[in-house]
Design a protein around this ligand. Structure first.
Ligand code: C5P
Length: 304
């Protein structure tokens, strides 16, 4: 489910509650192709959104408030940037309404690690935009919503789309991509937050080639897709490892599993991913990894 899927929570037995899924964003390939005058980097990236993520709900309240729950709630309130991003999204969306809007009691179930290269805060902000459009009966057009998302952060528009896509610019030019076979995925994070600006600042080269051409008809098999991915990179990997050496340990652990077809870092790290043939393989790899690295955050899922 993407952030676009809103489930009226009738199944919860509580009326007036809406929920939205905020899927993790995983950069399967990320090339840094230049830098804008304002310091933001130009990217060429392929992103997917596995069924691993946070959950945001809204119910009637006196004002707009946010309650944090789940395994990473404490990390988030200490850091506060991501929590702020949900409330910032709510305030920004409210400016579209000519009349005062009712309060919303928001609850964020924080399942994704904070500042970890899989877009947690951006996914939460995008989910807040979708959820509150529905909650407040607002109907901005997609272009308007995309504009609000970009104001919230470079990764928020892609999380708003929440679909496999090739993305250029600083994250605003989104071209949905069909023709990628489904696969299983493992996410692993060593528990070290990595600040994105630091990783970009440490980059050795900012003018790298774009992604190689993607076959027009898509990929006929997963192994063909993995071959293609093998000719791509994450240009942020080296500088992220410089900032947090634990990332190399995660990559080594993933790559040493015989069922892992390809392992790489996502975004600016520290979360790394492994691609597998199926969700079952991903579950098995995750179980093995939890045995050897009980202190890491490890999740298994699939990309449809
Ligand atoms: O837009 P967002 O707040 O997510 O970006 C955080 C920081 O990451 C920026 O201030 C910038 O230093 C860096 N960044 C970048 N190029 C991008 C995205 C982020 O340099 N395309």
């Amino acid at each position: 489910p993407g952030t676009g899927s809103l489930n009226p929570a009738g199944s919860h037995g509580r009326s007036g509650v809406l929920t939205a899924f905020a899927a993790a964003k995983v950069n399967l390939a990320l090339h840094v192709t230049g830098r804008r005058n304002d310091g933001y980097h130009l990217l060429d990236t392929l992103v997917v959104f596995p069924d691993i993520g946070d959950r945001l709900s809204a119910e009637p309240g006196d004002s707009v408030t946010l309650v944090l729950e789940g395994p990473f709630a404490a990390a988030l309130s200490a850091e506060s940037a991501d929590g702020d991003l949900v409330l910032k999204a709510a305030r920004l969306l409210a400016t579209l309404s000519p009349r005062p809007l009712p309060g919303a009691r928001l609850t964020l179930e924080k399942a994704l690690p904070v500042a970890s290269g899989i877009g947690g805060g951006s996914a939460d902000a995008a989910a807040a935009l979708r959820l509150l459009c529905s909650f407040w009966n607002l109907e901005p057009d997609e272009a308007e919503l995309h504009g609000l998302a970009l104001q919230l952060g470079a990764d928020v528009p892609m999380c708003l789309a929440s679909k496999t896509a090739r993305i250029t610019g600083i994250g605003e030019d989104i071209v949905p991509l069909a023709g990628i076979p489904p696969f299983g995925i493992v996410l692993a994070n060593p528990g070290v937050p990595v600040p994105t600006p630091l990783v970009f600042a440490k980059l050795a080269s900012r003018d790298n080639p774009p992604l190689p051409a993607i076959p027009g008809g898509g990929f006929e098999s997963l192994s063909r897709f993995i071959d293609w991915l093998g000719s791509t990179r994450n240009d942020l990997e080296a500088s992220a490892i410089e900032a947090a050496g634990e990332i190399a340990d995660v990559l080594n652990a993933l790559r040493s599993d015989p069922d892992v077809a390809l392992a790489r870092m996502s975004g600016s790290g520290a979360t790394c991913f492994a691609i597998t043939g199926s969700r079952r393989d991903a579950d098995a790899i995750a179980a093995r990894l939890r045995q050897t690295h009980p202190d890491w955050w490890i999740a298994a899922g699939a990309v449809a």
